[in-house]
Design a protein around this ligand. Structure first.
Ligand code: GLN
Length: 279
């Protein structure tokens, strides 16, 4: 069997099993196992696939066809142009979340050596991207899941950045420390909607998704405690779920003595990030 044959076989199998992106997923697996680029796959499709490689590819294909996300199978996700290790201990970084990081970077650009806190860090994708792209910042990552923090630490090592990693429930992880910028992509799916999620998402940790009855539990707690952890003039940037932006902005405005606040849309035109700057 050559590369083109395997790709054709994989695409058909993934299509039959209801995968949303058969073409892309088949290609990612082939690139990984065969050590070929997208370009190689296209122009050297007649290369033979050895029996070992075929066995590895087919094992991956079976997992993907059964609904496991391709990022867990390859143990890798791209985010902000950086590579992150991911596995079942953490949420897979989403492209939507890049909007959060981009706007947090703009906020940081005027600050110099800022103290930054990433709550619910998971894989670390938000805080570690900030540290990689704004190296002057002092970045602290926290999560309630020790499993997730192991992944975040691993990613800090892979990206060769130095960050402070603390375990704890939201702000409990940081004592009385204050920050210039607090960012978070907390769990925000309303509890009853969890069972309706795509089968891929159901492989991800519930703890990273479940936002309580209306999805806003974590935002209530973040808004309530943020004033004790923000330096004056400091900002909070939060990713939100569909339809949650106005409620979350109201929560921030209720608790933080705001100089300014706003909502930012993602590339699909959905309100995705809520921010507030304290006086
Ligand atoms: N901060 C991580 C991310 O954006 C994890 C988020 C979470 O676990 N809710 O992917």
């Amino acid at each position: 069997m050559n590369v083109t044959d395997w790709l054709r076989h994989a695409r058909a199998a993934l299509e039959d099993s209801g995968c949303p992106d058969p073409e892309i997923d088949a290609r990612y697996m082939a690139e990984d196992v065969l050590g070929m680029t997208r370009f190689d796959l296209k122009f050297e499709g007649d290369r033979e696939v050895g029996p070992d490689q075929q066995a590895r590819l087919n094992a991956m294909l079976a997992r993907r066809a059964a609904g496991e996300p391709v990022q867990y199978i390859l143990e890798r996700a791209d985010f902000m142009g950086l590579k992150f290790h991911v596995d079942r201990r953490v949420l897979i970084p989403r492209q939507d979340t890049e909007v959060l990081v981009e706007h947090a970077l703009i906020a940081l650009s005027g600050m110099g050596e800022a103290d930054v806190l990433d709550l619910c860090t998971g894989s670390g994708c938000v805080g570690l991207s900030l540290k990689s792209l704004a190296p002057l910042a002092n970045v602290t990552l926290t999560d309630i899941s020790r499993d997730a923090l192991e992944v975040a630490r691993m990613n800090a090592g892979l990206l060769s950045v130095d960050v402070d990693v603390r375990h704890g429930d939201l702000f409990k992880a940081v004592g009385r420390q204050r920050f210039d910028l607090i960012v978070s992509n907390p769990p925000y799916i309303p509890h009853l909607e969890l069972s309706e999620l795509q089968r891929e998402v159901r492989h991800e940790p519930t703890l990273a998704l479940d936002g309580g009855r209306d999805g806003l539990d974590l935002y209530r707690r973040i808004a309530l405690d943020a004033p004790r952890h923000l330096n004056s003039g400091g900002s909070v940037y939060l990713e939100v779920g569909i339809g949650e932006a106005q409620a979350v902005r109201a929560l921030l405005m209720e608790h933080i003595d705001c100089a300014d606040s706003g909502v930012i849309k993602d590339l699909n035109g959905i309100d995705r990030v809520v921010w507030a700057r304290s006086k």
